[in-house]
Write a protein that binds this ligand. Structure first.
Ligand code: NDP
Length: 313
């Protein structure tokens, strides 16, 4: 059976950064890329907030760069999905979808989280052309413009207030007549003059123009679920803020998670509830969810993994 000191699951900024550090520490890591090689950033266009790219970079290029850097030091990056992990004894037995079995002394979980969308066809159509699930990443492109935020929880409240700082007007579209967000966040929303809440409204369709590969949102058609009335609001940005689903199905009942499914790590550490298994990036972070914070915890996970291996001898 194939053996490795360090198996990394996931190929976003957390996974690749962990790989760079683990490879340079001579752990000869094997990294499985998963369903979406490169992770969430491959679905965005311009990344302007990752330090070091003075002129910005597009998401897929940045992920290619990270992969190149990880493989330059000997990371064995592979296509494929991990289908099972036996967390009950070390070395951990890991199954891959091609039938392979690997024994890993340590595992770094960097499987990320998936943004929730309403799932309507027009959302998908305008993805990257006005539809976004991250105000911190894309808000800057809508400076001085009108935008819509969909949702009523803390994520929606946070995204709406963030966007209100730079946009002309923010419509907060919520399906009920009260917000789910914490009282403190609600207060911030209510006290922001350029946020207009459209209560009891749901999205029917995102509309815009499409010319070849260029697409641009110019409005959202809404309906009032109390009166049935339909209306169009003119906006150039459509921010889905329904929350995220951490990709942790593999670890249900195996590792400690919160009630949403985020992996719980020890304070000031990436250590999970099982010794030798570490978690980095969005899979254990519901607050920041940035490429740079994911990369930071990826680095921590690799260093902790190396230290753990050293302590076993
Ligand atoms: P939540 O599940 O709390 O909120 C999701 C929101 O989206 C709800 O208002 C929900 O409406 C709405 N929604 C879901 N599905 C649909 C749909 N199909 N159509 C229309 N609306 C829909 O997710 P959050 O990401 O906001 O928060 C998750 C957790 O993370 C919470 O515990 C939150 O407190 C925490 N968090 C904390 C932050 C902070 O402290 N700064 C920041 C972000 C999150 P409805 O209310 O009607 O169900």
């Amino acid at each position: 059976m194939e053996k490795t000191k360090c198996l990394i699951i996931g190929s976003g900024p957390a996974g690749y950064t962990a790989a760079i550090y683990a490879a340079r520490a001579d752990l000869k890591p094997i990294l499985y890329e998963g369903l979406q090689p490169g992770g969430q950033l491959t679905t965005t266009t311009e990344v302007d907030n990752f330090p070091g790219y003075a002129d910005g970079v597009d998401g897929p290029t940045m992920m290619e760069d990270l992969k190149k850097q990880a493989t330059r030091f000997g990371t064995d990056a592979r296509w494929g999905m991990v289908t099972n992990v036996d967390t009950t004894k070390r070395p951990f037995k890991v199954n891959i979808d091609d039938g392979k079995e690997i024994e890993a002394e340590t595992i770094i979980i960097a499987t990320g989280a998936t943004a929730k969308y309403l799932g309507i066809e027009s959302e998908e159509k305008f993805m990257g052309g006005g539809v976004s699930a991250c105000a911190t990443c894309d808000g800057f492109f809508y400076k001085g413009k009108d935008v819509a935020v969909i949702g009523g929880g803390d994520t929606a409240a946070e995204e709406a207030t963030y966007l209100a700082n730079m946009c002309n007007k923010v419509y907060l579209i919520h399906r009920r007549d009260e917000l789910r967000a914490s009282k403190a966040m609600q207060k911030r929303v209510f006290n922001t003059p350029n946020i207009e809440i459209l209560w009891n409204h749901e999205v029917k369709e995102v509309v815009g123009v499409e010319e070849g590969f260029n697409k641009a949102v110019n409005g959202v058609i809404l309906f009032n679920n109390k009166t049935g009335e339909e209306k169009k609001i003119d906006v150039e940005g459509y921010f889905v803020a329904l929350g995220h689903t951490p990709n942790t199905d593999l670890f249900k009942n195996k590792l400690e998670m919160d009630n949403i499914g985020y992996l719980i790590t020890k304070p000031d550490s990436t250590a999970s509830s099982v010794d030798g298994i570490f978690a980095a990036g969005d899979v254990q972070d519901k607050h920041f969810r940035q490429a740079i914070t994911a990369a930071g915890t990826g680095c921590m996970a690799a260093m902790e993994s190396e230290r753990f291996i050293g302590e076993q001898v």
